[in-house]
Design a protein around this ligand. Structure first.
Ligand code: ZN
Length: 307
């Protein structure tokens, strides 16, 4: 039996080859399972959302306090769009438009993430200070969806929009446990970014070792840590871990925020909600949490709104 500690979701980032290579890896099994459970996703949607959540954590591995990174995959496939957002505290949240979308397995018998995503655009937004009311011009980048398998799309985005040639691997393994009972048994990924000044031999060696690296979920199911993932992907190249942090699915919504959102609605509209629904129910897109505002609280909000 392995200890509980080994089952924590962890993100690391580091450098190799005299800082000409940046590398990140994460094991995200628990947080992807939680996202799938919260949003009641189909298996293929769990894979698509889980890869996006993991890729967003990897891309945001060196975010600073107050930074926020959002990835949006806007495709014409049945899932209808995927959004993920991460911050410097290792928290990530995300949702899809159609959580119960379904497509058949692909020709190799795997979950067909490409088909459920479809074609469209891949957007990245980097913001800072938003939550404390500081406003700086956000950085926005976008590229067409070139694959739909998501890892390739992160790599294409990095190469085209940030001029960083990269190798990206993302995986989610969903296990069927009898009828209608599917659960995420492994999730994680890695990202290797080649910075200016990297020598050709190093790049060739990395390409070679990445091409021989098994799927990340195969390694994670055998107990691999983020360090193990990087050891395999980087082969003979040594790396130094600069930071290791716990990561989790976490949302910023709360009952208080729901009240404050409701309070911003016009008085007439609030009165009709009170009359017809005897309160209000609000769901958070990001985490699918539901907040119920009862009749007494609704009366108080209407009184304050009318004052
Ligand atoms: Zn929420």
């Amino acid at each position: 039996m392995s200890s509980k500690r080994e089952h924590k979701d962890i993100l690391i980032h580091g450098t190799a080859a005299d800082s000409t290579v940046r590398c990140m890896a994460a094991v995200t099994t628990n947080l992807v399972a939680e996202a799938a459970r919260r949003h009641k996703t189909s298996a293929t949607v769990a894979a698509a959302l889980g890869r996006t959540l993991t890729g967003t954590l990897l891309l945001g591995s060196s975010l600073k306090e107050l930074d926020r990174l959002t990835v949006q995959i806007s495709g014409d496939g049945p899932v209808g769009g995927i959004t993920a957002e991460s911050n410097a505290r290792g928290q990530v949240r995300g949702y899809v438009r159609n959580p119960d979308a379904h497509v058949p397995l692909n020709e190799t018998g795997k979950l067909d993430v490409r088909a459920i995503v479809g074609s469209g655009m891949f957007y990245v937004t980097r913001e800072s200070g938003y939550d404390v009311g500081l406003y700086r011009e956000p950085y926005r980048g976008s590229v067409p969806i070139v694959s739909g398998e998501i890892a390739e799309d992160f790599a294409y985005y990095l190469a085209k929009s940030e001029q960083i040639p990269s190798a990206v691997m993302l995986g989610v393994h969903v296990r069927a446990n009898g009828l209608d009972d599917e659960y995420v048994s492994a999730a994680g990924g890695l990202m290797i970014q080649i910075m200016p000044g990297a020598d050709e031999k190093t790049v060739a060696a990395i390409e070679e070792s990445v091409s021989r690296t098994p799927q990340t979920t195969v390694m994670i199911r055998e107990g691999a840590s983020p360090r193990d993932l990087l050891h395999t992907a980087l082969g003979d190249i040594d790396f130094e871990v600069l930071e290791e942090r716990d990561v989790s699915f976490a949302c910023t919504c709360s009952y208080e925020r729901a009240i404050s959102l409701i309070s911003s609605i016009e008085t007439a509209e609030l009165e009709s909600m009170l009359r017809e629904d005897k309160g209000a129910v609000m769901s958070c897109h990001f985490c699918n949490e539901t907040y119920r505002i009862d009749e007494a609280e609704m009366k108080r909000i209407v009184r304050e709104s009318a004052a």
